[in-house]
Write a protein that binds this ligand. Structure first.
Ligand code: SF4
Length: 285
């Protein structure tokens, strides 16, 4: 549009796990005659969650809020005990845990069973990390950054590592470097998923080519926040927006190239709406 170039990252938006979880929820809607609830929002995108709510899929915080019917486990997974408890209460469990998260949970359990002290790299309050830590056992530790490691407590032990699927490679490298000299043996499972890797690489590529970056996705989406942080390291004019309406005209002043990327739970329509909004404002300027 005029002098403005808009580049959309070659890998952005819905990932395999999110598309699969939405399809599983759709199938549950079609086949179930009883109420359907998701444990937490099915994906970290308010517009999609609201649309599903209008069609009868409620998002609840815990099993106590579900009297009967079907409970959908979202992509992040849950501690295995939650699934057992849901079944014990007579609920139908539809498991939409992303297969990449399931692999990370199994690695965590295998490390625990083999006698490793498991270090989980991830955000302490993130539901996926709660599931990983539960699989890793009570002796596991969760760190968001190597500075949080209790080095004295880990020295000389057999240490195993699993990683929240949406972490960055830079964080994993820092943790592995910090642990290698500490443990008697350190076994690192790189459980960052392929979609995360592709989106992060593509976002960084775009951020290096433009004067402004817009990262589209829910503010509660960990992978979207991480994309924004990575882009900001390369292009300080990086803004995280949930929708096109949040774009401010002054951001675009004096800018002749805009890069757009989006988290794994952002639908194509929201990416397209942001592209159109940027082009519209450029045409008016
Ligand atoms: Fe699965 Fe990766 Fe998507 Fe998470 S970001 S749902 S782990 S594919």
């Amino acid at each position: 549009a005029g002098r403005l170039t808009v580049i959309v990252a070659r890998s952005a938006g819905y990932c395999y796990g999110v598309e699969r979880a939405l399809q599983i929820t759709e199938n549950a809607l079609l086949s179930s005659r009883t109420p359907i609830a998701t444990l937490g929002p099915i994906i970290h995108n308010p517009a999609v969650v609201n649309e599903l709510a209008a069609r009868g899929v409620s998002a609840v915080d815990d099993l106590d809020a579900i009297a009967a019917g079907t409970v959908v486990v979202r992509t992040h997974g849950v501690p295995p005990a939650v699934i057992q408890e849901a079944r014990r209460r007579g609920l139908v469990v539809v498991d939409a845990t992303c297969p990449f998260v399931t692999v990370a949970q199994r690695k965590a359990a295998a490390l625990r069973d083999a006698g490793y002290v498991v270090v989980v790299l991830g955000e302490r309050d993130h539901p996926e990390v709660a599931g990983l830590a539960a699989c890793a056992g009570p002796a596991s530790v969760v760190v968001e950054d190597p500075v949080q490691l209790d080095r004295a407590a880990l020295r000389g032990l057999r240490i195993g590592v699993v990683v929240q699927t949406t972490q960055s490679y830079a964080s994993l490298s820092r943790l592995a470097s910090a642990l290698a000299p500490l443990g008697r043996e350190t076994l690192v499972y790189n459980t960052i998923c392929e979609a995360t890797q592709q989106r992060q690489e593509a976002a960084c590529e775009v951020a290096g080519e433009v004067q402004l970056v817009l990262v589209v996705g829910g503010r509660n989406s960990a992978n979207t926040r991480r994309l924004a942080a990575l882009c900001r390291e390369i292009q300080h004019r990086t803004y995280h927006v949930e929708c096109a309406q949040e774009i401010q005209s002054e951001w675009l002043q004096g800018v002749d190239s805009v890069g757009i990327t989006a988290g794994a739970s952002t639908p194509d329509e929201e990416i397209e709406a942001v592209v159109e909004a940027v082009l519209r404002r450029a045409a008016k300027a």
